[in-house]
Write a protein that binds this ligand. Structure first.
Ligand SMILES: O=C(O)CCC(=O)C(=O)O
Ligand SMILES: [Fe+2]
Length: 276
């Protein structure tokens, strides 16, 4: 889609989000009030370690066969933009680890029902890993202007802002209108940035960087201005991401980022070095 059409579509989506979606959701919850809710101990330390191990094996030893499983690894550095050169995603993890659906689908769907007041389905599970990166992390953004929720579960301890590079949000920004319209309009004239960047009017002084032990869950409205902390200096961070869609959305193949699919395994050194 060309940039003008995309710009117009974002405006339409934003209009629908504010006029139809937000008035329809439960209003007395954290996800409405702040845009996110923390849920401790969603996974055990052993479960986190098992998922980290599956990721490491897939990235370094044997890539999943996506023709059989639909599971593949996206290397953000293949996207050809200036962002996230140290970030890797193992997509559709549930196809090689069906236990994760048994373990998390029902509780997460219940939590979102209670927070938002609508029925959701977990559409896909992915593992994101960030190597330390102080140069290329994408700044504040929205993940589109549609109804968009994710659950994140930290798979290792994320206890220090600079050392661990946490998921970082501007609380309550999912209800802003003016700042978002301003960013969208400015981005239209900055052809080198994605239209959903939120680079302006959201200073880090207003941030909440979400820290937590391995197993900590974050229920997040992706209309928040959010980012992975950009000054991530020391420890690799593993996160399980659950993509939620309204329960009425038809199930279809989940191919997000497949055009940037890794074709061969890489070493940890390579993942860290190329990202610099
Ligand atoms: O924690 C991060 O790295 C940010 C992730 C993000 O922006 C997303 O999943 O939409
Ligand atoms: Fe995002």
């Amino acid at each position: 889609m060309n940039r003008v059409a995309l710009f117009l579509r974002h405006f339409r989506d934003m209009y629908r989000y504010y006029t139809r979606w937000l008035p329809s959701v439960r209003q007395d919850t954290d996800v409405f009030e702040k845009g996110y809710r923390i849920v401790p101990d969603m996974l055990s330390v052993e479960e986190c370690s098992r998922i980290r191990h599956d990721f490491d094996r897939a990235l370094h030893i044997e890539l999943p066969d996506d023709t059989k499983t639909g599971t593949y690894i996206v290397a953000r550095r293949e996207a050809g933009d200036q962002y996230d050169k140290h970030v890797f995603h193992l997509m559709n993890y549930q196809s090689i680890a069906p236990w994760i659906v048994e373990r998390l689908a029902a509780p997460i769907q219940e939590l979102f029902k209670a927070e938002v007041g609508h029925d959701f389905r977990v559409n896909s599970y992915s593992i994101q890993v960030d190597w330390p990166d102080t140069q290329t992390k994408r700044g504040y953004h929205n993940d589109s202007f549609l109804v968009n929720y994710k659950a994140f579960i930290y798979l290792n301890d994320v206890l220090d802002v600079d050392a661990d590079g946490p998921y970082t949000v501007i609380p309550r920004s999912h209800k802003d209108i003016g700042r978002k319209v301003f960013n969208l309009m400015v981005n239209f004239f900055r052809s080198w940035v994605p239209l959903d960047n939120m680079d302006f009017l959201y200073p880090d002084t207003k941030k909440h960087a979400i820290l937590g032990k391995a197993g900590t869950g974050i229920l997040s409205c992706q209309a928040l201005a959010h980012k992975g902390w950009h000054n991530h200096t020391t420890n690799k961070r593993y996160v399980l991401i659950l993509y939620l869609v309204p329960a009425t959305t038809p199930q279809k193949e989940w191919k997000l980022g497949k055009e940037f699919k890794l074709q061969h395994t890489i070493t940890a050194d390579d993942a860290a070095r190329k990202a610099a």
